[in-house]
Design a protein around this ligand. Sequence first.
Ligand code: ZN
Length: 172
Amino acid sequence: MLLQLRFYGDPVLRKKTEPVESITDEIRQIAKDLIETMYEEEGVGLAAPQVGISKRLFAIDTSTSRKEGKVLVNPEIVSRQGQVVMEEGCLSFPGIYGKIERSEKIRLRGKTVDGEDFDQELDGLSARAVLHELDHLEGVLFVDHMTPSQKIVLQSKLKKLAKQTKKQLGKL
Ligand code: ZN
């Protein structure tokens, strides 16, 4: 089932998520829907709060085949190395992009939605996407990492988006 994306200005994006206690049928369904929605929206990652679910899991697929989507539950960074700047966007911020500095390499631990342990070193786009999605689980958004001058440039776009989101939420 496709889920409704939440946009900047929606309070759910600022909430710290709750850990997943156990992988139930409900969690498996959310995982399936996250992957489906991520592909539909052509994202490389999608965190649960971005569809209004304040739980600690996200979908990710940085492959070119778009067939390697997985969902990680209660993910945690074990270590990080280096710093690198890359352009980023976010499905919750349509049309807004910016260069963001993040760790270059990370080691990530968690569980897959099948209950298997996940422990991998990631770099490049995978590390970048995971760090971006992890931020979502803490209520942190990519614009929070921008420099003051980047924020000034985007200020009016961001205000407009937040206003539009609040208007839509008011109609629900
Ligand atoms: Zn995002």
